[in-house]
Design a protein around this ligand. Structure first.
Ligand code: GDP
Ligand code: MG
Length: 444
């Protein structure tokens, strides 16, 4: 009907709008408070909000979400992006032993982590050696020895009672020892101070130069909040590091330190330490941390649900159109919308492949030729609304006009319209056969 057609046009117009500045500002204020409450350092909050505003300003209005939800969704995605996107694996040396050096303030959890890493690597078939280079505190060597015994991995430590030894020499010798005794990974535990300290940095830098680690991991206590920025910068400049381990995540910290460290150093957070026991250790999950920092878990769940409901409603609408007599309610606009949908799904195609029975759908999605989708979209967009609703009226002169408008050969227009009729016939048969859920994927 006419009113249906009008509302369809209205909808596509709405889809082209941008989020308003007022909407973005209002939501950004809420986000700012949430980040500050999570103990993210102020300069990081500022830079982050700016980044989010820029992206939100260019975003098209969603039909599934209200503007606030949409901004929060963008915030969540940006957070996940900064926190690492997908996690990186440890780098192993071509020639064993791989040397992993731990750096960080005293009490940040380095020695505890050495045991956790050792145990985890052992469970993967490695033979790690823990090396005691913290000769500062009287009990440090003993602590590492106990940790190594518990983790059932090797330990290299200076004999107790020899007075203060030279940590650089211990580090160097430990690599030789590992080579001789067939340990394939050396984990160097270093000393820390309560505050940032030049002498300590120098010692860590000397150890680094002596053993050229394959990985330097900066261990940072999630509870230190705002101080994370200064500490991370000091270690970045004084020693340098390749990855970050966030410890004490079992505490009640909202995790602002994670965002601060990732933002100022650009280094990936690789592991999460969440307890005093050897097993309290996990790969770092950027998505979980983003939701912890935002403290809007409920909202995020709601957003996800709203989007799912919307796409289900859309799919049901499509199915109903296809179920009409010979699928004639299914128009070229719908065809285009479905194609865009499939394109969007490209990014989740990997995920789909992990679900049982979905591998075939994934292969279909991955076979979509991006340029083909663009070309088809260009042709359909060169048609008038009436032509899209009822492509049977597309005659020779209309075809020529559409071809000129979209910069393709006339034959391509003809081809597309024919393919559309084919696909519609096929999908409408499937829909009438009672296929549940999503209708078939056009354009393939
Ligand atoms: P280091 O000085 O950097 O070597 O830190 P330690 O490994 O000695 O840890 C300092 C204290 O924090 C110890 O009491 C540990 O048991 C504790 N600790 C380390 N990691 C964690 C963690 O992930 N969660 C909790 N709750 N405590 C931890
Ligand atoms: Mg220690």
């Amino acid at each position: 009907t006419l009113s249906d057609r009008l509302s369809a046009t209205f909808k596509s117009l709405r889809g082209k709008g941008r989020l308003s500045e007022a909407d973005i500002d209002a939501t950004a204020r809420e986000i700012r408070i949430a980040l500050l409450e999570a103990d993210v350092a102020l300069p990081v909050v500022r830079a982050f909000i700016k980044q989010v505003k820029e992206r939100a300003g260019g975003a098209e209005v969603s039909q599934a979400l209200n503007p606030a939800q949409q901004v929060i969704k963008i915030v969540n995605e940006e957070l996940i992006g900064i926190l690492g996107g997908e996690t990186r694996r440890l780098r192993f040396a071509k020639q064993p032993p791989t040397v992993i050096m731990l750096a960080g303030l005293q009490g940040s959890g380095k020695t505890t982590l050495a045991g956790k890493l050792g145990r985890w690597l052992k469970s993967q078939g490695h033979t790690p050696l823990l090396v005691a280079c913290d000769l500062q505190r009287p009990n440090a060597v003993n602590q590492l020895t106990v940790v190594a015994e518990r983790a059932e991995v090797g330990v290299y430590a200076p004999e107790p009672g020899n007075g203060v030894g030279d940590p650089v020499k211990v580090a160097k010798d430990s690599v030789e020892h590992a080579r001789a005794k067939q340990y394939d990974i050396v984990i160097v535990d270093t000393a820390g101070r309560l505050g940032i300290d030049q002498e300590l940095m120098q010692q860590a830098a000397d150890i680094r130069d002596a053993v050229s680690p394959d990985e330097i991991l900066f261990v940072v206590d999630a509870m230190i909040g705002q101080d994370a920025v200064n500490t991370a910068e000091a270690f970045r400049d004084g020693v340098g590091f390749d990855g970050v381990v966030l410890s004490k995540l079992d505490g009640d910290a909202r995790g602002g330190a994670a965002l601060s460290v990732a933002h100022v150093t650009g280094r990936q957070i690789m592991f999460a330490s969440n307890g005093e026991q050897l097993d309290d250790f996990d790969a770092f999950h950027p998505d979980r941390m983003a939701s912890r920092i935002l403290g809007m878990g409920d909202v995020l769940t709601l957003i996800e649900k709203a989007e799912q409901t919307f796409s289900r409603q859309e799919a049901e609408k499509m199915a109903a159109k296809l179920a009409s007599a010979k699928g004639k309610d299914f128009t070229l606009d719908d065809f285009l919308a479905q194609m865009e949908q499939v394109r969007k799904m490209g990014s989740i195609s990997k995920l789909l492949g992990m679900l049982p029975g979905m591998a075939q759908v994934r292969d279909q999605i991955q076979n979509v030729d991006e340029r083909e989708v663009d070309r088809t979209a260009a042709i359909i967009k060169s048609m008038t609304p009436v032509e899209r609703q009822d492509p049977t009226i597309i005659n020779g002169s209309r075809r020529a006009r559409i071809a000129r408008g979209s910069g393709v050969e006339v034959g391509a227009v003809k081809n597309l319209v024919e393919r559309f009729f084919e696909a519609r016939k096929m999908m409408s048969k499937m829909a009438q056969g009672g296929m549940p859920g999503m209708p078939g994927l056009p354009g393939m």
